[in-house]
Design a protein around this ligand. Structure first.
Ligand code: TYD
Length: 220
């Protein structure tokens, strides 16, 4: 799923940006990831669009297990971070090193929101795993920008009704997603400079305009 895209010529020196897209299932991230990718491809940048769990052959196999096989919460958290480690080493760090823009459909905030707040898994232990997995020579690797698509759990549930067969997370009830939303809120309050909250209840064009404003504010 990680594809170093487009035939357009790349600029000699890239910009090296890491952007993650977050939100509960049904919040509508995918459409907007595509739009942001096209925006930067048109500008001549190399865009790597990828996802978590996943993004490498090994991590995609781990994704299959995490999304479809029953397991205890610690196993789940360890597999997700194992997938993340492989993804960082094989795809994200090399892409940033050559100046690409990395657009990642979910990253560690999802683990805090889903495993931590949703499932009630120990947040302190998640923070330890985060440090182990994301610590690099220049500090703890985090996205430069996280677009959080915020939508009430009841509205997202309505949108998911039409979706394909649900995975282990999509099958959860509204109370679970309410906790996941609180998890995203906590992460965004802890790091307001990294997070931009996007009101996903609006029509697609209005959501796209919000994203455009966030990128423009950063001079991107
Ligand atoms: P999602 O990103 O919504 O992909 P799709 O659009 O193909 O359904 O699905 C991934 C699921 O994985 C989602 O329900 C959230 C879950 N997830 C976690 O529970 N923890 C994590 O750390 C990550 C990255 C994802």
């Amino acid at each position: 799923m990680s594809d170093a895209t487009n035939g357009a010529p790349h600029r000699a020196s890239g910009v090296s940006r890491f952007v993650s897209f977050e939100g509960i299932d049904g919040a509508g991230k995918s459409t907007h990831i595509d739009a942001v990718a096209q925006r930067w491809q048109r500008a001549g940048l190399e865009v790597v669009r990828t996802r978590e769990p996943g993004g490498t052959p090994l991590a995609e196999r781990l994704r299959e297990m995490v999304l479809h096989e029953p397991m205890d919460p610690l196993t789940e958290a360890l597999l997700i971070f194992a997938a993340r480690r492989d993804h960082l080493q094989q795809v994200i760090e090399p892409a940033l090193a050559r100046g690409a823009v990395v657009l990642c459909d979910r990253f560690t905030d999802a683990t805090f929101a889903y495993q931590g707040h949703g499932r009630g898994f120990d947040l302190g232990l998640l923070a330890v795993l985060e440090r182990w997995v994301q610590q690099g020579p220049s500090g703890l690797r985090q996205p430069d920008l996280t677009l959080w698509f915020d939508l009430p759990a009841a509205v997202a549930a309505q949108r998911l009704v039409q979706a394909r067969a649900p995975d282990r997370f999509e099958r959860q009830d509204e109370a679970f997603f309410q906790r996941v939303i609180e998890g995203y809120r906590a992460r965004s309050e802890a790091e307001p400079a990294r997070f931009a909250r996007i009101d996903s209840s609006q029509p697609v064009e209005a959501v796209a305009a919000q994203i455009e404003r966030v990128l423009a504010q950063r001079g991107w």
